[in-house]
Design a protein around this ligand. Structure first.
Ligand code: BG6
Length: 474
């Protein structure tokens, strides 16, 4: 493993900060999402409704505890911390002329605190937390105007933190919006809720195009601010396996992979894949894509590929295959994979899938890869101030082992690895606290009760040792 390998942890502003009205922060899309569970979807409400419970409003109050928390990250030896800048702390409504100084000052303090311990900030610009005002007033990323609002925000923070932050990513898991059947994905990626009868796919392509242009402008402008900036895209990396050797299973699985890689294709290569152009012709989509946009996409390709990796999908069109209840892909056939187990939340556990996908991305794009999320959501139990999270240690060691094979045997260039939810965050998909990810337990429950006390889990010492040995002792 290279000596400068970036071991660390990852969180996102809205899932940990809380303080949702402090320092002049505006309402974000995460602030209008109620708590849910695996079987009960989070509700997206029309504004904030009194009497409803919105878990992200307080989250784990990282806003008030960041010094204490960063001290713990430093104790584990983190080389980096990935988090996001809440857009609504900087531009509370998103369309103001001037940024909010209190918000800017908060991140100055946060980054200074990290740098004090030699922890490198790795920053996502948009992680499911755009200003709600932009949704109400402009229809979210349906509107071309969002390009200007986003790039203004991006340039403002890149200017401000140019001497503190080197690693940036534009849009978190930009490919989630390809999942058309569950509103949480279009809402959190793009601030879009589809209307009855709307051609969702067409709207999705248009919104994604505006995001690609915004991302490309951010890369080009960022390089002017500091040519050393490393600016990446971010993909939810989910391999799609064919269940059988039936050629139609192979084709469907391949098509699912392509639908996801569509996003990285544009952000890494700077142009649209041919199959997508064909699809638009076939469907008669007349998208708002100008010549100038295409030039911008070419000029603003990314330096590295950030990925999250949690699970793999298995696909089959065969009648005998066991369909999954929660078929997120909607239009295809997501089925049970007899060779992998599942978490309580129905996510497959597939460490080798990480090696497989790292190879696929590396061979396809020849760009460095940063694993900015990998983690294990589990209902940890606190007994006498201790959490024996052996399952998490096992999950993470297996994944790191596969990552090392990709690096050391296959020659994939991986620049870092950050464990998702290094301190227990609010779950994104369910809004629960019970689905925990951290090395650090936070005393808070699904209803928002608890002292917010931080308690080290067994995995804390394990990860500390792993970093000390640069991944040699798992
Ligand atoms: C990714 C997101 O989808 O997965 C994170 O980037 C999220 O924001 C993580 O928290 C895990 O998902 P969940 O639903 O278990 O929190």
């Amino acid at each position: 493993m290279r000596n400068d390998f970036l071991w660390g942890g990852a969180v996102a502003a809205h899932q940990v900060e809380g303080g949702f009205t402090q320092g002049g922060k505006g309402v974000s899309i995460a602030d209008v999402m109620t708590a849910g569970s695996k079987d009960h979807a989070r509700e997206i409400t029309e504004g904030i409704i009194e009497g409803k419970f919105y878990p992200n409003h307080e989250a784990i109050d990282f806003y008030g505890h960041y010094q204490e928390d960063i001290k713990l990250f430093a104790e584990m030896g983190f080389k980096c911390l990935r988090t996001s800048i809440a857009w609504t702390r900087i531009f509370p409504n998103g369309d103001e002329q001037e940024p909010n100084e209190a918000g800017l000052a908060f991140y100055d303090n946060l980054f200074d605190e990290l740098l004090k311990y030699g922890i490198e900030p790795v920053i996502t610009l948009s992680h499911f937390e755009m200003p709600y005002h932009l949704v109400k007033q402009y229809g979210g990323w349906r509107s071309r105007e969002l390009i200007g609002f986003f790039t203004k925000f991006a340039v403002t923070v890149m200017e401000r933190y140019k001497d503190k932050v080197n690693y940036w990513m534009t849009f978190n898991e930009i490919n989630n919006q390809r999942i058309l059947e569950n509103p949480i994905y279009s809402f959190t990626n793009s601030g879009i809720l589809y209307q009855e009868g709307e051609d969702k796919l067409k709207t999705m392509y248009q919104a994604a195009h505006y995001q690609f242009v915004a991302s490309a402008i951010t890369v080009s402008e960022g390089k002017k601010i500091n040519p050393d900036f490393q600016i990446g895209c971010m993909l939810a990396a989910t391999p799609n396996y064919p269940l059988t050797s039936d050629p139609s299973d192979i084709i469907v699985a391949q098509q699912e992979d392509e639908k996801q890689l569509f996003f990285t294709d544009v952000q890494v290569r700077g142009n649209y894949p041919r199959w997508a152009v064909k699809e638009w012709e076939r469907k008669g989509y007349d998208l708002d894509i100008t010549e100038e946009d295409l030039q911008l996409l070419k000029a603003g390709t990314v330096d590295y590929i950030g990925i999250s990796y949690y699970l793999s999908n298995t696909i089959s069109t065969r009648p005998e295959a066991v369909r999954l209840e929660d078929d997120l892909l909607g239009d295809s056939a997501l089925v049970e994979n007899p060779y992998v187990s599942m978490t309580e939340w129905g996510w497959s556990i597939d460490p080798a899938g990480l090696r497989h996908y790292l190879n696929l991305l590396s061979n396809r794009y020849e760009r460095p890869i940063f694993i900015v999320e990998n983690g294990f959501g589990y209902a940890d139990i606190l007994v006498e101030e201790k959490v024996h999270d052996v399952e998490r240690i096992d999950f993470l060691s297996q994944h790191i082992r596969e990552m090392k094979k990709a690096i050391e045997i296959d020659g994939v260039e991986v620049i870092g690895y950050t464990v998702w939810g290094c301190i227990d965050p609010i779950s994104f998909t369910t809004g629960e606290m019970r689905k925990r990810y951290g090395f650090i337990y936070v005393d808070r429950d699904n209803q928002g009760n608890g002292s917010l006390k931080r308690i080290k889990k067994d995995s804390f010492e394990w990860y500390k040792h792993l970093i000390q040995t640069n991944g040699a002792e798992l």
